[in-house]
Design a protein around this ligand. Sequence first.
Ligand SMILES: C[S@@+](CC[C@H](N)C(=O)[O-])C[C@H]1O[C@@H](n2cnc3c(N)ncnc32)[C@H](O)[C@@H]1O
Length: 239
Amino acid sequence: MSALPDSDEKATYVERMFARIAPGYDRVNRVMTFGLDQGWRRRMVTMIAPPVGGDALDVGTGTGDFLPELAGWLRDGRAVGVDFTLPMMVAGLPKIDALANAGRAAFVGGDALHLPFPDGSFDAITTGFMLRNVTDIGQALGEMYRVARPGAMMACLEVARPRSALLRLGHRIYFEGVVPWIGQLLGGDRRAYTYLPQSARNFPPPERLAELMRAAGWAHVRYELVGLGAAAIHTGAKV
Ligand SMILES: C[S@@+](CC[C@H](N)C(=O)[O-])C[C@H]1O[C@@H](n2cnc3c(N)ncnc32)[C@H](O)[C@@H]1O
């Protein structure tokens, strides 16, 4: 498939694509972001500072890269990662098993548009590079809001486009010309990593994403750009 599928087919397309690239996902991510992605996740979790006795949820968790960060903050609570692509979570199991407090982290199968948790279940919510894959960003943000407890914080890491024209050009050449080849060489799947720049191009810019968060109920919404503007971290609170 060379172009983005329409929204009816998108969920199936996304799930199959991530199932295919699951074994090499972490390796490609580290190389593609020059190893910066883990630092962004750490910073995000620090920004929302999950309460030590609380519960945290990572939506579209994939291989669970947020879970060690979240579990590190929690003394008594749980760090739960939810995703609808089971092979991604299977690929991440060794990461969870290696945690000192492994019993506090878990994967759950589920759809970000219909989270399988009751209202007000979590004190901190993260989501990374997931929103551009869903068919309804507002609904996903609303679901996160629903399962958040009053006082909970959420943080979202997503792609953005640098503001300066020069960096924007370099970013475009890198994402559209180089990243698919990194995906081919390290992940064995050029097509999946051609989808990445396509989905990024269609994703709302940071200011618009902030508006969508506010519309979903999130308060005190802020964002900062990281990676020379190639990614944005949004935070919000449920008051
Ligand atoms: C690019 S990966 C990001 C994984 C991880 N959050 C990270 O930071 O690396 C996107 C993940 O979102 C998941 N995803 C996309 N749409 C979803 C949905 N509607 N419900 C649950 N998971 C979804 C995919 O299965 C995939 O694992």
